[in-house]
Write a protein that binds this ligand. Structure first.
Ligand code: KG4
Ligand code: ZN
Length: 339
């Protein structure tokens, strides 16, 4: 069975084909970074228009890459939400219309479920149950995952998401957009122990996060600094260390609370190598294992949507879950526990 996946929830047009026998057989990604760079963040209307330009050419491209025609595709999965409403509507409209024209089912996928399932595309994949840490530009969630669609949120950010904190802090430090990778790069040359930033909400019980205070703390440091390369690197180091430590403490708590020995880490910030190292060590020390998507499937992509669509399609065929009405519907807000 082959599923075409379409991701257009934010600033990346991601298209891929998942084959139930062979895994991902083609994937293409068009990043709009250059388009939004001069504005220092995503401009929703520009994002929507660019998805319109790129979606169909990329679908043609992956069909060629996979050596397929439309007749080989068994179903279409598209991101239904959460995300930017205009951007979502492009993928929803294209996905539903093609499915109607090709007379095959269309499956609306939850973007965060896509991230959550992305590590299942790897050879070394986790069994259920596990704790999932979802760290992206829009969400920070700790989830107790018992099975497909069996999600209980253990903790979430009460203000900025982890990726958002990286992006806003990078902006304050003049590192451009998107800030996460740029800030992580700066931190590589930073020295330990020069600056110490707080680990928000770790001094009290619970699994919620708060990252917005960190950017204010960085702004104070940055304004007082001499803006030399070394000082920027030291500040970036302290910021990254604070975010990674905070996430580490909350993951340790979530594992203790649930008793799970597996941690799945996904979403854009899971590309961060320092975070990956620390969480891998944590799980090793507990006799468990941490699982990640390969780096290119950490950030938004079509492969995770194609795979999540496949998982949902299989569940519906087996009487677990229903096929949707063929309505064009996108959900900019959509709690993952509603699945
Ligand atoms: O999952 P994603 O592609 O989009 C959303 O669903 O939001 O995540 C994008 C976020 C951005 O905030 C970006 O700065 C962050 O992931 N990010 C990183 C790294 N790579 C991407 N943050 C820290 N370190 C990285 N290496
Ligand atoms: Zn995402």
């Amino acid at each position: 069975m082959k599923i075409l996946g379409i991701e257009t929830s934010c600033d990346e047009t991601g298209i891929a084909i998942y084959d139930s026998e062979q895994g991902i057989i083609a994937d293409a990604l068009y990043s709009q970074v250059e388009l939004h760079e001069e504005y220092g963040g995503v401009v929703p209307e520009l994002a929507s228009r660019d998805h319109v330009r790129k979606a169909i050419p990329l679908i043609k491209q992956v069909l060629i890459e996979a050596n397929c025609t439309k007749d080989d595709i068994d179903a279409i999965a598209y991101t239904k939400g959460p995300g930017l409403i205009g951007a979502l509507f492009v993928g929803v409209g294209v996905g539903r219309s093609l499915a109607y024209a090709w007379d095959i089912p269309a499956i609306g996928v939850h973007h965060m479920e896509g991230h959550l399932l992305a590590p299942l595309l790897e050879d070394d994949k986790p069994d259920y149950p596990f704790v999932a840490l979802l760290v992206s530009g829009g969400h920070t969630l700790l989830v107790d995952v018992q099975g497909l669609g069996e999600y209980q949120i253990l903790g979430e950010s009460i203000d900025d998401a982890a990726g958002e904190a990286f992006d806003k802090t990078a902006k304050i430090m003049g590192l451009g957009y998107p800030g996460g990778p740029a800030l992580a790069k700066q931190a590589e040359r930073g020295r330990a122990g020069i600056y110490k930033l707080p680990r928000p909400m770790t001094d009290r019980p619970g699994l919620d996060f708060s990252f917005s205070g960190l950017k204010t703390a960085v702004a104070t440091l940055y304004n007082k600094s001499d803006k030399s390369e070394q000082e920027l690197a030291d500040i970036a180091y302290a910021f990254q260390e604070a975010v990674v430590d905070t996430i580490f403490i909350k993951c340790r708590r979530a594992l203790e609370q649930t008793g799970h020995k597996r941690l799945v880490v996904a979403g854009g910030v899971s590309a961060n190598t320092v975070l990956r190292q620390k969480l891998t060590q944590l799980l090793e020390s507990k006799g468990g294992q941490a699982y990640y998507p390969r780096p290119k499937f950490c950030t938004d992509n079509g492969a995770m949507i194609a795979y999540a669509g496949y998982a949902r399609y299989q569940a519906a065929l087996n009487g677990r879950g229903e096929f949707e009405e063929p309505a064009i519907c996108a959900k900019p807000r959509w709690p993952i526990e509603d699945l």
